[in-house]
Design a protein. Structure first.
Length: 304
């Protein structure tokens, strides 16, 4: 699925009464709209579309919410550092891309994501962008702002009650529970579960992609980030942290088969380049490797 097609579609759907904000769309709605713009196909594109949306989320282009809904991420411009503003990159809601070019007086075509500002100074650039609703970030930001793994807290669960999924529908595929086990990778820790085998403090995933938390005989719907932070906390509690293949000398990190909270994924993507053979393998320059390692250790991963 061409990522440009997904980005164009999501950037052009705006909230009716607040056009400055993008309109969240369900996975099914996005799939329907995309299929309408493509030649007739027999195959269901939902599975590939979901993977493409998750990849765009990791890149900081898309946000994922409850109900399997997606929308464009807030617009940001990413610089290598405060002293290096050459070739800064635009990410997120494309409705703001033209404004970024105008604010920075680039003189470039307004569809270019790599911006060459004609104004000087980090703080001046940041102020110009802030005035049009765009944030300026640096790739080398500290990891201190990244959320720590944790189980869903009561304040997060208020108003998120969900019907019992074992009674609410008949699923073609099973409902799965996240069960940390020694000698398994993250994607292998999802196992089919029945209601009779369900225990308290369980993280569930429905066949439709939604995440649920089961606690005190009640089901709660979670956002993807809340669910992913809970996954890593469950790993920590079971003392079986996920391992990631990390080749330090070339700075190669293999992320195949693992899902990261969006703030972690976006930091790692900003600090790295994709491997030519696999976009899920990231290549880190020497200066960025300590930051990447620190972020992954903060999340509880083991680098092997």
């Amino acid at each position: 699925m061409p990522p440009e097609l997904i980005i164009h579609l999501l950037s052009n759907h705006r909230q009716p009464h607040r056009v400055e904000l993008p309109q969240p769309l369900t996975l099914r709605a996005i799939a329907t709209l995309i299929q309408q713009s493509l030649p007739p196909q027999q195959a269901d594109i939902s599975v590939q579309l979901d993977a493409d949306l998750r990849e765009l989320q990791a890149q900081g282009e898309v946000l994922a919410g409850t109900g399997n809904r997606f929308c464009m991420a807030p617009p940001v411009v990413v610089a290598e550092s405060e002293t290096n503003l050459t070739g800064i990159l635009f990410r997120g809601d494309r409705a703001y891309l033209r404004l970024a070019h105008q604010a920075l007086e680039t003189g470039q075509p307004s569809v270019k994501q790599s911006l060459r500002p004609r104004i000087n100074g980090f703080h001046r650039t940041k102020e110009r962008l802030r005035n049009v609703g765009i944030r300026l970030l640096t790739a080398g930001s500290s990891v201190d702002h990244l959320p720590l793994p944790e189980l869903p807290q009561p304040v997060m669960l208020q108003g998120c009650e969900s019907p019992n999924p074992f009674q609410a529908a008949t699923w073609t595929d099973p409902i799965c529970q996240y069960v940390p086990r020694l000698g398994t990778q993250q994607f292998e820790r999802w196992v089919p579960i029945t209601q009779a085998a369900l225990h308290d403090l369980a993280l569930l995933k429905l066949p439709t992609g939604e995440w649920l938390w089961f606690e005190a005989d009640q089901f709660y719907e979670l956002t993807p980030d809340t669910a992913l932070l809970a996954m890593f906390q469950l790993d920590h509690g079971a003392n079986v942290p996920p391992s990631l293949p990390w080749d330090d000398a070339p700075g190669r990190l293999n992320l195949q088969g693992i899902s990261l909270p969006s703030s972690y994924a976006q930091l790692l993507w900003r600090l790295s380049e994709p491997d030519a053979d696999s976009p899920r393998t990231r290549l880190f320059a020497t200066a960025n490797r300590p930051i990447a390692r620190e972020a992954l250790l903060r999340l509880g991963c083991i680098l092997v």
